[in-house]
Design a protein around this ligand. Sequence first.
Ligand code: ZN
Length: 311
Amino acid sequence: MTQTIPGLHHVTAISGPPQANLDFYVRDLGQRLLKRTVNFDDPGTYHLYYGDRDAAPGSILTFFPFMDAGPGRAGPGMASAVAYAVADLDARMEQLATDAIDFEGPWTRMGERGIALKDPHGLRVELVEGGLGDDGFHSVTLWLKDVEPTTRILEAMGYERLGVEEVATAGTGGHERRRRFRSGAPERASVVDLITSDAPSIGRPGAGTIHHVAFRAPTPEDQAAWRERLTAIGLEVTPVIDRQYFDAIYFRTPGSVLFEIATDPPGFAVDEDADHLGEALKLPPQYEPHRAQIERILPELKLPRQSGAAA
Ligand code: ZN
């Protein structure tokens, strides 16, 4: 039984119409569409999963693409950025320039070079050259008013403090303080950054914002142990929920970010061939009888070709 969360499992965000979302993550960022399914709580909306070739936990970014989502903005109490690890930032910048995709940077943060992009609906996506190679996520950033309660939860999950960095925030005269945490048993996607800012800002959920951050439990037994431990430190944790490709438990942190702990098994090949992930609309058993109606409601999606970039 592990006493330490090894890293992130997935990050789930909200976007606008799905075709632009699909084009950006597959064509421009070189991600693989791993699953084309519906929001289990709202089956008239897609749930799209992207990740690496192997559909590995720690590389998985998922979206609820609402046709009519209003624009959101990141602010205190929300996860504000997701970062991919890249082996060669210069090559990636060249490819983005070739593809006429704008980015901010390069900057250096915590000794690592990176750039930031906005996806078509405003989500901040960073590429960080961190010595991890092209290997899933580098990190997720949580923007908080007060970092202490979330620090205690991360430490209970086996995360260790790595360092602090303070930078001026462009155009505001304010400062942003970044505290870095890393899993004590790091695999991929092992970094969580907590930022606070003295520049006034108010977040709003909507397109381009992160809905929740999911951490990994390698086995269902690990997940059960985490549920007990987190409940014991006073968090309200949901029962285990079957999400078809993993089992999930959720809890809201006092910093107000929604956390999930998701199991590695059964994975994305549970309902379609591993070589053909994402090609067909997959529905969980409870919606299969309504397939014809659901297919009528969902907008048509065309899988784009990948550009020269590969994440
Ligand atoms: Zn999730």
